[in-house]
Design a protein around this ligand. Structure first.
Ligand code: HEM
Length: 472
């Protein structure tokens, strides 16, 4: 049966196999480039058929709004299921009633006062990072390993109350390594169609390796949860607006709030474990990529760097004081830099849904079972939304909002938007302000790096930046 979707353009579709062979054995970089070509050649909507799967790809603001704002089509599509062995059906992967319930329990975790206590952790870690960069003595630093340490330590301390960097025990180091390696294995699997089947995957060495890392990650998280539970007392995860001790004497972790929810019968141990693992995953790599691209762009644009330094001087002076929440809120130019970074390099370049309820995409009926890929990367680089789209211009975000509420969606939008976006903005502001008030950044090459993507956007080559201390 020919459906309206079959009339849409797309790479040649053969009987039965569809376009499957276009994608066999191609590298992630080739895949990334192919999608950009398709967008250029086929426009706002195109369909890729992989055997029976019909995947509609969209990048126009009108379509993106309809899909992301739909209140019931919130199910994630096939590639996400590879994450399930690690994350369970925590907030990122769940759907239906379970998702609604969890979202309700977890939303208060990002209340202003809780973020305030997390900011203390972020500030402390930023100081450590600044010292580490100072240690490089002005030589080039490869950003990703250093920055992902920072974001991993921060999420570990805020989500679980555990200090990864202070603790050099074997299990801690193994945990850090396992988290990093799982990401690489997931990508390897995503690009090898024959490993998509769970049974086959487990038979291959890569599958066995994956199991081993999973075991390490899960048992580490389980231990932390058990330990915290031993000393936990009811009320520990309660919050009061005027509690001055928060963040000082009282170190709060997301885990305390989850244990509070368990005490009220809202979530069980398995649920806590799913959410801890989900936040460890979603909460570090995404932010690390954004900080890496942010530092790269700041180093490449001297004029922007000068204006940022001036803003930081105006707000913080020559002092060494930690910025308050109000100070961070005043950093409007830094905020514009971060947004413009996320426009050009959205950490999550695309998201995908499986349609569970028929709906109209404007003029086209979309049936249950169709998958839709929303290309945030291509949306953000449309000239009709962002004139001169390839150019880094933070000023776009200083003069009011983008022309359409769905034109800029690095954190997605609608019911399944990023629950951690305020956490992420806070962390990015802490770390970028901390670095830029202490160092002058420069690069030897200012070419834009070749991009690629797994679940997140990446660079082919390491991003190298020099950090010259502003004062000794
Ligand atoms: C720059 C940093 C970040 C970016 C660009 C980002 C982006 C996104 C996007 C695009 C989604 C939607 C995914 C989808 O529909 O499949 C999402 C969901 C999510 N994010 Fe983030 N994120 C960031 C940081 C964080 C942080 C720091 C946390 C946790 C502390 C976090 C936790 C989550 C969770 C739990 C979800 C699933 C929410 C739900 O489905 O209800 N993210 N994020």
């Amino acid at each position: 049966e020919v459906t309206p979707l079959d009339k849409l353009p797309g790479p040649p579709r053969k009987p039965i196999v569809g376009s499957t062979f276009e994608f066999l054995n191609i590298s992630p970089r080739e895949m990334f480039l192919k999608i950009r070509e398709f967008t250029r050649d086929y426009g706002d909507r195109y369909v890729i058929k992989i055997f029976k799967r019909r995947i509609l790809h969209i990048n126009s603001v009108k379509d993106v709004e309809i899909v992301l704002s739909h209140s019931r089509n919130i199910k994630k599509s096939m590639p996400y299921t590879f994450l399930e062995a690690w994350l369970g059906t925590g907030l990122l992967l769940s759907s239906g009633a379970k998702w609604h319930k969890r979202r309700k329990i977890l939303t208060p975790t990002f209340h202003f006062n809780i973020l305030k206590s997390f900011a203390v952790v972020m500030e402390e870690r930023t100081r450590g990072l600044v010292e580490r960069l100072r240690g490089a003595g002005g030589a080039e630093v490869s950003l990703m390993p250093v920055i992902s340490d920072y974001t991993l330590f921060t999420i570990c301390e805020t989500a679980m109350g555990t200090q990864l960097d202070a603790d050099k025990s074997k299990s801690t180091l193994a945990y850090k390594k396992a988290i990093m390696d799982i990401g690489a294995l997931l990508l390897a699997r995503l690009t090898r169609v024959w490993l998509h089947n769970d049974y086959i995957f487990r038979k291959f060495p890569i599958g066995k390796q994956f199991e081993k890392y999973l075991h390490q990650v899960h048992s580490f998280a389980d231990n932390v949860i058990m330990e915290r539970k031993k000393t936990w007392r009811p009320g520990q995860g309660d919050f009061k607006e005027d509690d001055e001790s928060i963040g000082k004497k009282k170190r709060l972790a997301m885990l305390d709030l989850l244990l509070e929810a368990e005490n009220k019968g809202e979530i069980d141990f398995e649920g806590i474990r799913e959410e801890v693992n989900t936040f460890m995953f979603e909460g570090h790599d995404t932010t690390a990529m954004a900080v890496v691209f942010g530092l790269m762009l700041i180093a490449d644009h001297q004029d922007v760097q000068d204006r940022l330094y001036e803003e930081l001087q105006t707000i913080l002076g020559d002092s060494d004081k930690a910025p308050s929440m109000a100070d961070l809120n005043d950093m409007k130019f830094l905020e514009a830099i971060i947004k413009e970074t996320l426009r050009l390099y959205p950490s999550v370049p695309f998201i995908a849904r499986e349609i569970t309820e028929d709906f109209m995409l404007d003029d086209i009926p979309i049936k249950k079972g169709v998958e839709i890929a929303v290309h945030i990367y291509d949306l953000h680089r449309r000239a009709d939304l962002f004139p001169d789209p390839e150019t880094f211009k933070p000023d776009r975000f200083l003069n009011g909002d983008p022309i359409h509420p769905y034109a800029f969606v690095p954190f997605s939008a609608g019911p399944r938007n990023c629950i951690g976006q305020r956490f992420a903005m806070l962390e990015m502001k802490c770390v970028l302000s901390g670095i830029c008030r202490n160092f002058k950044l420069s690069r030897t090459t200012n070419a834009r790096p070749a991009l690629t993507a797994d679940m997140l956007i990446r660079t082919e080559e390491p991003v190298l930046v020099k950090f010259i201390p502003r004062k000794v």
